[in-house]
Write a protein that binds this ligand. Structure first.
Ligand SMILES: Nc1ncnc2c1ncn2[C@@H]1O[C@H](COP(=O)(O)OP(=O)(O)OP(=O)(O)O)[C@@H](O)[C@H]1O
Ligand SMILES: [Mg+2]
Length: 251
């Protein structure tokens, strides 16, 4: 669904985290959010999904929620956040409890497991799985409610380079088969260049939109332009990142 962010600002007490963010995201679009550490990316994602109330401004969805969408927003986090005492299937089914009948629950869980290549792991426990498989569970759990908007906060950051590569391929395949609108926070410029339709570059704190880079080639046909895109994105955030790196942290 189309998502509208209007003049969103956020403060944590004296700390200004975000300053007047305006952004319209189209239905089915994938927007990556990049910017230096502490610039407010997770804060913005929290505001989008309603985990946090912004100090000012508002976020709205336009149109009616699709009939099969049980939640307008769901999250995928870096640390997977799975329940260790539940099987893969039971983790994925969590958000469906007391909301759909048994037949619909089975159908939704089976579809989410198939989409994330987890069908053979339904009865496994999280500790039996690799990091990549755990994050596939995190993704299945978010998709099982068929959210209008999928919010991902550095979903691949805890994974090694090869696993991250596999998951990037998986995400592209998954996204060609489901219709959510997506906001994808990352530090990794290759992920932004490969996965997104547009990349929103935030300045260091308080986060403001510094530039929006549209990536014109379809995601299936980008290999040739990705290095150039990464260089362009790095040129945009380099100075901000260097300044943020030299800053004394107020923990
Ligand atoms: N609950 C909180 N209370 C006070 N300050 C906070 C709180 N959460 C975040 N902040 C501060 O707000 C700023 C933005 O934080 P946020 O986590 O949104 O940044 P980020 O861009 O996601 O950073 P990173 O890239 O490190 O994940 C940071 O300076 C952070 O220290
Ligand atoms: Mg963050």
């Amino acid at each position: 669904m189309p998502l509208h962010v209007e003049r969103v600002s956020h403060r944590y007490g004296p700390v200004a985290a975000l300053d007047s963010i305006d952004l319209d995201i189209a239905d089915g679009e994938t927007v990556a959010l990049i910017g230096p550490s502490g610039c407010g990316k997770s804060t913005l994602l929290g505001i989008l999904g309603g985990l946090l109330r912004p100090s000012a401004g508002r976020v709205t969805l336009s149109g009616a929620l699709p009939a099969d969408s049980l939640n307008p927003f769901t999250y995928v986090f870096q640390d997977f956040a799975l329940l260790p005492w539940r099987t893969v299937e039971a983790n994925v089914a969590l958000a469906l409890e007391h909301r759909v009948n048994a037949a619909e629950r089975r159908e939704r869980v089976a579809a989410a497991l198939a989409l994330t290549s987890l069908a053979d792991f339904a009865s496994a426990y999280p500790k039996q799985l690799s990091g990549g498989m755990r994050q596939r569970v995190g993704i299945a759990r978010a998709l099982v409610v068929r959210p209008a908007v999928l919010l991902l906060d550095e979903p691949l950051s805890a994974l090694d380079a090869q696993t991250r590569e596999l998951l990037m391929e998986d995400l592209l395949r998954i996204w060609s088969r489901e219709k959510s609108t997506r906001v994808y926070v990352t530090h990794n410029l290759e992920e932004a260049a490969r996965l997104a339709d547009r990349v929103v570059v935030l300045s260091r704190r308080p986060g403001r939109i510094r530039e929006i880079v549209r990536i014109d080639a379809p995601v299936s046909d980008r290999a040739a332009i990705i290095p150039d895109m990464q260089r362009k994105l790095w040129a945009l955030i380099r100075d901000e990142a260097a300044t943020a790196d030299r800053e004394v942290q107020d923990v």
